[in-house]
Design a protein around this ligand. Structure first.
Ligand code: KG4
Ligand code: ZN
Length: 334
């Protein structure tokens, strides 16, 4: 099955053509960072306007690069939620119109399910069900028990900030601009992860939940202290990052104690983090678990993962073009 994917849940205008949930024929993403950077975060109204301006050309671009046409695709997959309502509506409206006009099947995909299926793109091996997925992005941090493409359960989640949000806020305190995750990741390479002992959240026994707001506050107090004024930014960045990774890896290990999975998937924007990838790879090799970490272009928001999810979930997410509506609070469970 060859699907056109459309993703506009946040600030990336993304389109793609994917075959059989795996072979990416094209994946186009127009990053809007330049329009949001001066505000220090994503401005929803600007994001929706940019989607309106960019989406038609992005659809044509994805089809052209894949050497195909609307007539030759088998269906259209679109992110229906969760996300920013104004942004979602642009993608959903476009997908409905295309599906209605071409009489092709339409699939309404959960953005977070998309992140999980990013692990299936452009590779021969697949995670073995049931597997554990660690989804870490700017809006979400959760552990998902994936029983099958349509049976997934959140088994652990952040009680406050998402990991990416903590990265972005800490990066801002360090004057690294927006989005801060990649800059903080880079700066950390020059720092000592053990220079400052920032706190690590530990959950109640049996719980896989996490928290990052205490860590963020602790970085702020530290920077305001005399020791903080003397510390290098690289040491603060590396020590903050070590604390985040320690919390995430602690929960992954705890999840594997609760259920003996054989595969783990890491996805979402923060999955592009080099130190987190290294920590997960090192642990998985030591414990005989197969780790699936998509390349950065598929870790961050993209439309190929949406087309892949639609392929695997198929009838479970097939929708009537006249009925589909965007849902900013779309529940996780199908
Ligand atoms: O999945 P994504 O593209 O959008 C959301 O759905 O949120 O994730 C964006 C988040 C941002 O918070 C960004 O700072 C973070 O992912 N991020 C990183 C890295 N690359 C992106 N965080 C840490 N290290 C990175 N290399
Ligand atoms: Zn995302």
């Amino acid at each position: 099955m060859r699907l056109l994917g459309i993703e506009t849940s946040c600030d990336d205008t993304a389109t793609a053509v994917v075959e059989d949930g795996r072979s990416v024929r094209s994946s186009v993403s127009t990053n809007q960072d330049a329009f949001h950077a001066k505000y220090g975060g994503i401005v929803p109204e600007i994001a929706s306007r940019q989607h309106v301006a960019l989406l038609s050309a992005a659809v044509e671009d994805a089809l052209d690069r894949a050497g195909t046409s609307l007539e030759a695709i088998d269906g259209i997959a679109v992110t229906r939620g969760p996300g920013l309502i104004g942004s979602l509506v642009v993608g959903v409206a476009a997908a409905k119109a295309l599906a209605f006009a071409t009489e092709k099947p339409l699939y309404g995909v959960n953005h977070l399910h998309g992140h999980i299926f990013a692990a299936f793109l452009d590779r021969d091996e697949r995670p073995e069900y049931p597997f554990l997925a660690l989804l870490v992005s700017g809006g979400h941090s959760q552990l998902v028990d994936v029983e099958s493409p349509t049976r997934m359960r959140i088994v652990g989640r952040t009680k406050d900030d998402a990991a990416g949000e903590a990265y972005d806020k800490t990066a801002r305190m360090l004057g690294l601009g927006f989005p801060g995750g990649p800059a903080l990741d880079k700066l950390s390479r020059d720092g000592d992860p053990e220079a400052i002992a920032f706190p690590r959240h530990r959950p109640e026994p049996g719980s896989l939940d996490m928290s990052f707001s205490g860590l963020k506050t602790s970085v702020r107090y530290y920077l305001e202290s005399p020791a903080g004024a003397a510390a290098t930014k690289a040491d603060v960045a590396a020590s903050f990052q070590a604390a985040v990774i320690d919390v995430l890896m602690h929960r992954v290990r705890a999840a594997f104690e609760q259920r003996p999975y054989t595969s783990v998937v890491l996805s979402g924007g923060v999955a592009a983090n080099s130190a987190l990838q290294a920590a997960l790879r090192e642990w998985s090799e030591r414990s005989g678990v197969r780790a699936f970490i998509p390349p950065p272009k598929y870790c961050t928001d993209n439309a190929a993962m949406i087309a892949a999810a639609a392929d695997y979930q198929n009838e479970a997410v097939r929708v009537d073009p006249l009925q589909l509506s965007a849902d900013p609070n779309l529940p996780f469970t199908l």
